[in-house]
Design a binder for this molecule. Structure first.
Ligand SMILES: Nc1ncnc2c1ncn2[C@@H]1O[C@H](COP(=O)(O)OP(=O)(O)OP(=O)(O)O)[C@@H](O)[C@H]1O
Length: 266
């Protein structure tokens, strides 16, 4: 277990093996209080699997995952299995399955701007409203680590910026670490401290490049968002074999995704 003053979660060479293959392998990163880390990568690259390791939902088959002692986590998954034929108000949904006080639920609704939806039926909400309700529900738990899997799905561009602004504000208010998952390079994003690019393993990681000078982005996201908007460019030019080795676009196979680090050409 990590001590109170240390990082919230640390993954060291962590990997998950299922159905005769590594879903992710050799994942190394940590997340600290008040830090926003974004996992990006194509579909099926292991973003959700990695986040679930950080949360403790999945145990690593290789390497190690350490979480701070007593860490309180909240997770907004990509999909929710809820029977929407049942009538359910936002107020009830906020406290369903969680030990959340009425006042914490109310405060979370206020801080996420959904107070006016308190008596609305969940099944009638728009995509963007539902995302906010999900976020409010997670915030009400006052987590140390908040994991949001594709938080902007179904949200338009203007709504995306508002949602990212909100995520940043939540980080400032709760001083929690936030692990975001996105497969969309174009929305990597106004408030990210660090980007981790996954493709079965960590391809690269670091602070996102600022694209404040790009007129297309300014036009899309507006002057206020442009200075903090970032994009991370990366080309996935290799695939991962079931045994963990890497096949490059020229057909060579090595142990590492960066060819110059290892070469066992076949
Ligand atoms: N329990 C499991 N058994 C076998 N394969 C699995 C299991 N869970 C996930 N996978 C596979 O592992 C890969 C990574 O899945 P994961 O959900 O982590 O990807 P992702 O990067 O979050 O994808 P997306 O962007 O599509 O949400 C996928 O190919 C998926 O089909």
């Amino acid at each position: 277990m990590l001590q109170k003053s240390e990082t919230l979660a640390t993954l060291t060479n962590a990997g998950v093996f299922r159905a005769d293959r590594w879903l992710v392998r050799d994942v190394n990163f940590s997340i600290s209080p008040s830090e926003i880390v974004t996992l990006i990568g194509p579909n099926g690259s292991g973003k959700s699997t990695t986040a679930k390791m950080a949360l403790g939902i999945i145990k690593p088959d290789a390497g190690d995952v350490k979480r701070r002692d007593g860490l309180k986590v909240a997770y907004v998954p990509q999909k929710l299995a809820i029977d929407w034929t049942l009538p359910l108000t936002v107020r009830r949904f906020m406290r369903l399955t969680e030990h959340v006080s009425a006042s914490d639920a109310k405060n979370a609704m206020i801080s996420t701007g959904i107070e006016h939806l308190e008596n609305a039926e969940v099944r009638t909400l728009s995509g963007g409203e539902f995302q906010r309700v999900m976020l409010a529900r997670a915030v009400a738990r006052k987590p140390d680590l908040l994991v949001l899997d594709e938080p902007v799905q179904g949200v338009d561009f203007t709504g995306e910026i508002a949602l990212y602004d909100l995520i940043k504000r939540i980080r400032d208010e709760l001083r929690c670490g936030i692990l975001l998952i996105s497969h969309d390079l174009h929305v990597v994003m106004a408030a990210t401290d660090r980007v981790i690019c996954l493709n079965g393993h960590v391809c690269c990681s670091g602070p996102p490049k600022t694209v404040a000078s790009s007129p297309e982005y300014k036009a899309l996201f507006g002057g206020r968002a442009a200075p903090t908007l970032a994009v991370y460019e990366h080309h996935h030019d290799h695939t991962h074999l079931p045994d963990g080795r890497v096949k490059h676009s020229d057909g060579t196979i090595t142990d590492s995704c960066h060819k110059d680090e290892s070469s066992s050409d076949v």
